[in-house]
Design a protein around this ligand. Structure first.
Ligand code: MRU
Length: 348
């Protein structure tokens, strides 16, 4: 298993996912500005990995501020938190991580700002690691024997703190001998499926078939798929799910073919502060991601171009949400509220 985010030698080490699968390069980042650029440019990507990288980005800001008065330092670190918050709008894990770091900052004493923030980032990272392990085994329990599973985008170890969410469940089920084949969509326009999911699955020895996004209906109709498992970038209180663009179409096709559609995500991806998916900010990315391929222009030109990076799948298409705290089914508002409350009690 490859880790994509590590704190090592007082620096943030990131596997540059934009270079995969052709090159495995770890970048060593020592400033918050480098961390913010890495998130914005998707050298680190995947909702949980973004959250963990941002938490360490705040530690880098604390290190950069050393030498100033505590007031000046706290103002500089808050500015860094605000800056990190502008990098990508959809994955709520980013904001969950930054909220934790700003609470830790508020509670820190002048003499221990950096060590307090580093301890919080390491704790957040550990919690996310543990969550992916529980999600993997919870998700694997839903996979039938001899299953053909379809997944979209990349929700593997490199998109998280460890193990992965959707891909963690799939690989766990494979190790239990339950998986016959995984169908991975290429995931236009940035090819997270073709570049990253296939790379991770093949490295684990899982029989994998790559398809283009437009083949999903045909494959469900003609070849048969036993379940779909995808990750999420933000889940609203009513169970509406924002995930990589194309997920909604796959959910509708799964519904039409009576295929269970599972969403695997840590609790840090659940946003109880918004009632439904309409309120989720959808990141709009550069037109050139659509009009070019491998750096070469492919579109005729003269048209408008849309490039939303995520879509929202209504909760009615979601068979279950797999979290580290258990597997939830509709009605999601009551199920998610009860789970959030229980966790609050355990912590408090
Ligand atoms: O734009 P990306 O590559 O960051 O989008 C990633 C996804 O949509 C993943 O499915 C999601 O973040 C879950 S990762 C465990």
């Amino acid at each position: 298993m490859k880790y994509s985010v590590e704190w090592k030698d007082n620096a943030l080490q990131l596997l540059d996912q934009s270079r995969l699968p052709h090159e495995e390069r770890y970048d060593v980042l020592s400033t918050v500005s480098e961390a913010a650029d890495a998130i914005r440019e998707m050298r680190v990507r995947g909702a949980p990995a973004i959250g963990v990288a941002a938490a360490y980005g705040v530690v880098l800001a604390a290190r950069e501020s050393e030498g100033g008065t505590s007031e000046v330092r706290k103002a500089a670190i808050m500015a860094a938190i605000d800056r990190l918050a502008t990098t990508r709008p959809t994955a709520v894990n980013l904001f969950a991580a930054l909220n934790r770091m700003s609470t830790a900052l508020a509670r820190s004493e002048p003499a221990d700002i950096t060590s307090r923030l580093l301890a919080e980032a390491l704790l957040f990272h550990d919690e996310e690691k543990e969550a992916t392990s529980a999600i993997s085994s919870n998700g694997a329990s839903l996979v039938p024997e001899g299953a053909t599973i379809l997944t979209h985008c990349n929700a593997g170890a490199i998109a998280t703190a460890a193990h992965g969410t959707a891909l963690g469940a799939i690989i766990h089920a494979y190790r239990l001998g339950k998986v016959k084949r995984v169908i991975a969509t290429e995931t236009r326009p940035l090819l997270q499926g073709a570049r990253l999911t296939v790379w991770e699955l093949v490295n684990e020895g899982v029989p994998t078939t790559l398809i283009t996004d437009s083949m999903v209906g045909h494959v469900m109709h003609m070849m048969g798929v036993d379940c779909v498992i995808v990750g999420a970038d933000r889940i609203a209180a009513n169970g509406d799910v924002a995930n990589k663009i194309g997920t909604y179409g796959i959910a509708v096709l799964a519904h039409a073919h009576n295929v269970p559609f599972y969403v695997a995500a840590p609790f840090s991806t659940i946003d109880m502060s918004i009632s439904d998916g309409q309120q989720i900010a959808i990141e709009q990315r550069r037109e050139t991601e659509v009009t070019t391929f491998g750096g070469q222009p492919v579109a005729s030109g003269g048209s408008d171009v849309l490039n939303p990076s995520f879509d929202v799948t209504p909760n009615s298409y979601v068979t279950s949400i797999i979290t580290e705290r258990g597997i939830l089914s509709a009605p999601y508002l009551s199920a998610l509220s009860a789970m959030a409350k229980n966790q609050g009690r355990k912590r408090g």
